[in-house]
Design a protein. Structure first.
Length: 208
């Protein structure tokens, strides 16, 4: 799938503002990166893990990754988050330039405690969408305005987005970010997340 790569005139909302607060080098098992720390208007802590010079660059591979404590940190088999994060870092670590934006949107925006409550409901037989609804939440509460602001701050001319999620594509388009293409980031299911991935495909519209 390739979105229209024509320049978009829509800009991120004027009241969405980021402040860059720190920058440091990060040698890692995936390659050498720079970490740029940003603070959002409500105190949000966001990280850009950057490789190479992005100023004015076109077709920059970019991953928007929402934090997932259970997957990224604990190695949960219930999702594919850690696998996707490591795949993105591996690809970008082998590239001339790229970025992973690590966004504070745990549990698709419902927070860690509510995500664990949703897990408990899934243990009783609900799928991820049904569990969120039972807790009074929509399927996906994430917003990508701050991610759009981060990319503007990094100076990229256009990106190739590592995603299976059309909502990320639409969110960045609304921020005026130019997309030159989509790079699928599909993981092999395991016995614990196969139903989760099928729900992503059938109910959340992910391109799996």
């Amino acid at each position: 799938m390739s979105p229209n790569s024509k320049s978009l005139s829509v800009q991120a909302p004027a009241d969405v503002r980021l402040r860059r607060v720190a920058e440091a080098e990060l040698p890692s098992r995936f390659g050498d990166f720079r970490l740029l720390a940003f603070q959002g208007p409500d105190g949000e802590e966001l990280i850009a893990c950057v490789r190479g010079d992005l100023e004015g660059a076109r077709g920059v591979p970019v991953r928007l990754h929402s934090e997932c404590f259970t997957g990224d940190v604990l190695g949960s088999y219930r999702c594919d988050c850690r696998d996707q994060l490591e795949a993105a870092l591996t690809l970008i670590g082998r590239s001339e330039r790229g970025a992973v934006l690590y966004l504070p949107q745990e549990g698709r925006g419902i927070g860690l405690f509510n995500k664990i409550k949703a897990y408990a409901l899934q243990d009783e037989g609900l799928d991820t969408v049904e569990a969120n609804a039972a807790l009074g939440f929509e399927d996906d509460l994430r917003n990508y305005d701050l991610a759009g602001q981060m990319l503007s701050e990094l100076g990229v001319a256009s990106i190739c987005l590592l995603t299976n999620n059309p909502k990320k594509i639409d969110g960045l388009k609304k921020c005026g970010i130019r997309l030159d293409g989509i790079i699928p980031i599909r993981m092999v299911p395991n016995e614990h997340n196969s139903d989760y991935l099928e729900t992503k495909r059938t109910k959340s519209g992910h391109l799996l």
